[in-house]
Design a protein around this ligand. Structure first.
Ligand code: NAP
Length: 329
């Protein structure tokens, strides 16, 4: 797997990062550790986690995984969303629910709706940030973080100058290598344009429509991490619209590509994201071994030619051009 430099930052990161949002949610500890190992063995050395993932416990699982290979991996974690604690009963029930969902997939949306009751709360003050970073370091069993991101902030007024000074100080101390914003494309860009100190990186969900926005040029070379190459939370809408559209079928036919079912679309979706963002990092959740295999192959051994990917991207923009403003994470 190729690793890329991130602008002026002295760090190289694997082109595909492993997204840890499902850890201790839809995926249990053992399966999470197994998937992390499979991804690492195939060259994925970047891991994206957050204090809020897995009811505040996902970092601990990643910490177990990286404890003997910390110098070989890069880690992003985030602060600002304070994880809700799940009750003992919910913790006890989680493995049972996971097994039930494997047998009856239709239960997944019910379980998702229930998990929303445990939504994290937001806080972007310095004491909260300090406490969060300390917990992250402990859980991840490390004394430094590669990237620390302000999680899901929607408005520049929520970020005070003291917080920016705190983040810069973490850099000077060597506790973090870089800080940034993880939000929607529109919020991250608008906030960054207003801040007196610019973030080192910004992270947002993959855009399927028109990419350029007024702040895009202002950020210039600021490295971007793009998550959810398959649509993330908007996956069902993205897929429903793509799948039904004759323009997609026409693209497949003219390029002599067989699309027998929806899973045939993952590969062109990922390869087109890699093609569109040649110097950026893509973060995907991938817990099944076959998915890890396919996704790492997409980076090291692409199936599609540039012309095919270009026309695929054009089709995506036509069909999904208006999807991106709805990306709220
Ligand atoms: N604010 C933020 O910074 C923010 C917000 C959202 C997400 N994220 C990060 O981005 C990561 C990815 O986001 P996401 O999970 O929402 O979206 P995603 O990566 O677009 O989609 C993941 C889904 O696609 C499936 N999949 C992956 N590769 C596949 C393949 N080759 N064939 C078939 N299915 C495949 C996965 O299945 P399996 O897992 O079963 O293999 C999973 O169900 C998160 O884990 C998180 O780290 C960050």
């Amino acid at each position: 797997m190729k690793r890329v430099s991130l602008g002026p930052l002295p760090i190289k990161v694997s082109r595909i990062g492993f997204g840890c949002a499902p850890v201790l949610g839809r995926v249990g500890k053992g399966d999470s550790l197994y998937a992390m190992g499979q991804a690492f063995d195939r060259g994925v050395t970047h891991f994206d986690v957050a204090r809020s993932y897995g009811y505040g416990e996902a970092e601990g699982v990643l910490g177990n995984f990286v404890s003997d290979k910390r110098d070989k991996v890069t880690i992003t974690t985030k602060f600002g969303l304070v994880p809700a604690r799940s009750s003992k009963i919910v913790n006890f029930a989680k493995p049972v629910v996971r097994r039930l969902i494997q047998t009856i997939p239709a239960l997944a949306s019910k379980a998702r709706r229930h998990s929303l009751k445990f939504s994290p709360t937001r806080s972007y003050d310095v004491p909260g940030a300090r406490e969060s970073v300390e917990k992250s370091l402990r859980s991840l069993k490390t004394d430094y973080l590669d990237f620390i991101l302000i999680h899901d902030c929607e408005n520049a007024t929520e970020i005070g100058d003291e917080l920016l000074l705190f983040l810069e100080k973490l850099k000077v101390e060597g506790t973090v290598a870089a800080w940034g914003l993880a939000s929607t494309y529109d919020s991250a860009g608008a906030i960054s344009a207003l801040l007196p100190r610019k973030p080192d990186i910004i992270q947002f969900g993959r855009l399927f429509g028109n990419e350029m926005n007024s702040w895009d040029q202002e950020l210039g070379e600021t490295p971007r991490f793009l998550h959810s190459p398959f649509g993330g939370r908007n996956m069902s809408e993205v897929w429903c619209r793509l799948w039904k559209d004759k323009r997609l079928q026409h693209w497949a036919k003219t390029n002599d590509i067989e699309i027998e079912n929806k899973s045939s679309l993952y590969r062109p979706l990922l390869e087109s994201a890699l093609y569109e963002a040649p110097h950026q990092i893509l973060i995907a959740s991938m817990f099944q071994e076959a998915h890890i295999d396919e996704n790492t192959q997409a980076s090291s051994n692409p199936k599609f030619e540039s012309a095919q990917l270009k026309s695929f991207i054009a089709v995506l923009r036509e069909i999904l051009g208006d999807v991106h403003p709805k990306f709220v994470e």
